[in-house]
Design a binder for this molecule. Structure first.
Ligand SMILES: [Zn+2]
Length: 235
């Protein structure tokens, strides 16, 4: 059923390419991927020198991150949910690039960029990549890279495990399923400041699994940027 609804959504965006994925209104010629009203109404988080409090609490004791930021809160029915849904399931890769650019602008005063920093998008399993035709986290990283001038490295991490859907599972069940899914390539992460990029942080299991695979490697530091962070009820 999920495949059918994704296919239908993909067809919808193919037939109506110039609608805003946040509100379905037609975009004007001055609007690119998201309308100006939706851009103004995004549930953005005011960034500061402090790490995002939800991300920090959620990942504390599980992953050591030198910095962790999220651009938006994510909750059911929110604009952030609609936009991320369109990025993942309605063939709207440019929504990810645009939001990534915006996130980059907001991060400029706070993100500690080093000479050896690289943006590492959380990879998709090759089978999922084939279905979607792009990795949404890579699109967000592309936007971040354009604003922050940090290279994107898409082959530092590889995803081996394939699971149908994880969002409905309890956090322990998700962790057991995902904990051995990733492989880091030593030569790509060696001596680097790794900035992991993901679309949304829910239980934190994906990020923990990515960090775990690098724990015995010579990685300088790990940072995290997620476009959105789900509230505690999503854990
Ligand atoms: Zn809109």
């Amino acid at each position: 059923m999920k495949f059918i609804s994704q296919t239908f959504s993909g067809l919808y965006s193919f037939v109506y390419p110039n609608t805003c994925p946040g509100c379905n209104r037609s975009l004007t010629k001055w609007e690119k991927n998201i309308c100006n009203i939706c851009l103004k109404n995004l549930p953005v988080i005011a960034l500061s020198n402090e790490n995002d409090s939800i991300l920090q609490t959620r990942l504390m004791g599980r992953v050591y991150l030198t910095q962790a930021y999220s651009m938006m809160r994510f909750y059911k029915g929110s604009l952030s949910q609609k936009l991320i849904h369109s990025l993942k399931y309605r063939n709207k890769p440019l929504v990810g690039v645009e939001l990534g650019k915006m996130f980059g602008e907001q991060l400029k005063p706070f993100l500690q960029i080093q000479e050896n920093s690289i943006l590492v998008p959380v990879p998709l399993h090759p089978h999922k990549y084939q279905i979607r035709a792009y990795n949404q986290s890579e699109k967000i990283a592309e936007g971040l890279s354009q604003t922050l001038n940090i290279p994107v490295v898409t082959d530092a991490l590889e995803r081996k495990g394939f699971h149908v859907s994880q969002t409905q599972k309890h956090k322990e069940a998700r962790w057991l399923e995902i904990k051995n899914d990733f492989i880091a390539h030593k030569e790509k992460v060696n001596d680097r400041d790794i900035i992991l990029v993901d679309d949304i942080c829910t239980s934190g299991a994906t990020i923990e699994a990515c960090a775990k695979t690098m724990e015995n490697m010579n990685v300088k530091s790990i940072k995290l940027l997620t476009l959105a962070v789900a509230g505690d009820h999503y854990q």
